[in-house]
Ligand binder design. Structure first.
Ligand code: GAL
Length: 390
């Protein structure tokens, strides 16, 4: 973690810690007086145990995807660095478990909940129960939609993620008639729509001018003359090429597309894969097909396994979304609320009901040429954990 981020996070955490402790512990002065009766005073010392009275609670979508294990670790790194403990709960891809996680944290007296929804729309109910309890809701990475019970949104520029993925394919393509295979994230995830919209904005002109020919989506082919897609249009395409963010779904879908495709539809192909986990699954499927001569494939999240794939030439690129920044932004938003203030707003996102105040962060396109600088020099991952680095 860079000095600036560590300082930022530590200050943030320390402020939360200070606030939580001052919120929990009774006025200490008499305690000093009280020490005269040592035995009796001891319990007061325990009173400040913030763990019991949590100022902040965190809810993440699932432990079954490396991305969210990464966020849990980055939160712990930031919180432990300041010696503070916050409860982090996982929803295991289940919106009803997500709601009970939120209710458990409310029952523990949190004042702020940082939540990345499994299902953007279904999470509205959990957000509304928090709002009803006077708890602030910070939507983390993914936007909670269809409710006004969201106070703030910290995220990355998801449209820029899709655009970076598509631009990489465009930059590597020459001539016309290049086979293009499209894949998307989960239709329950509002981000999946933003990623695909960003990618389409860059790809559509290159489909229209014949650089690329779509090979695996009749819905996308039907819409290929539309420079911009409506939410419904996006829903039709995503519904057909979704990976549900799951490794196995991505692999099976890629294999079925390759089974249907002719040899002429293969050769040197270009693949829009929505994130790293699905990218490795799809890349493995294409690499195993003898009619595929070469492939250029996108990714997202700079997961360790995909950084290794990029070093090994098995995945072409990923989009670094520096989770340390997202964690720091989420924690400092929580501080602002715990102190009765408001976090900084640099943008808003309409979630179908309100324009949610937000702070989106920039992203970085990473491939073999800048992996050392972007991933290792920045301290994101430790080069000692990778092989094949010159
Ligand atoms: C998205 C998130 C991505 C991604 C995916 C899978 O919402 O922004 O980074 O990995 O979920 O969980």
């Amino acid at each position: 973690m860079s000095k600036k981020n560590l300082f930022y996070t530590l200050v943030a955490i320390l402020l939360i810690g200070a606030y939580a402790l001052s919120a929990c512990a009774p006025a200490a002065a008499p305690a000093v007086e009280e020490p005269a009766a040592p035995a009796a005073e001891e319990p007061a010392a325990e009173e400040p145990m913030a763990e019991e009275k949590l100022g902040v609670g965190i809810v993440l979508p699932t432990k079954d995807e490396p991305r969210w294990i990464q966020d849990e670790t980055r939160f712990r790194d930031a919180l432990d660095a300041a010696g503070y403990d916050v409860e982090i709960l996982f929803s295991q891809g289940d919106s009803s478990l997500e709601k009970s996680n939120v209710e458990a944290l409310i029952a523990k007296g949190v004042q702020v909940i940082i939540i990345c929804p499994h299902d953007s729309a279904a999470a509205a109910a959990a957000a509304e129960s928090a709002r009803a309890a006077g708890v602030k809701v910070v939507s983390y990475d993914r936007l909670i939609t269809d409710t006004d019970a969201v106070d703030y949104y910290v995220t990355f520029d998801s449209i820029a993620v899709g655009a970076a993925q598509a631009q990489y394919l465009v930059d590597k393509a020459t001539g016309t008639g290049n086979p293009l295979y499209l894949y998307a994230g989960a239709a329950t995830d509002n981000n999946a729509f933003l990623f695909f919209e960003g990618a389409w904005n860059v790809l559509q002109p290159k489909i229209a001018d014949g650089t690329f020919v779509i090979k695996n989506s009749s819905e996308a082919i039907a819409l290929q003359d539309n420079p911009t897609l409506t939410r419904d249009d996006l829903g039709k395409i995503i519904g057909q090429v979704t990976t549900d963010w799951l490794f196995d779904v991505a692999k099976t879908k890629a294999e079925s597309h390759l089974t249907v495709a002719t040899a002429a539809d293969k050769g040197d192909v270009f693949i829009l894969a929505p994130n790293d986990g699905t990218s490795r699954a799809i890349a493995d499927a294409f690499a195993a097909d003898t009619d595929v001569t070469s492939y250029v494939i996108s990714g997202q999240d700079a997961e360790q396994a995909s950084v290794q794939y990029i070093i090994d030439g098995k995945q072409s690129m990923t989009v670094l979304k520096d989770v340390r920044t997202l964690v720091a932004d989420a924690i400092s938003a929580a501080i602002a609320y715990l102190e009765g203030g408001e976090p900084p707003v640099t943008n808003t996102y309409n979630n179908g009901v309100i324009d949610v105040p937000a702070k989106p962060s920039a992203v970085v396109s990473v491939d073999k040429d800048n992996v050392v600088e972007a991933i290792f020099d920045s301290g994101y991952w430790d080069p000692a954990d990778f092989t094949g680095l010159e």
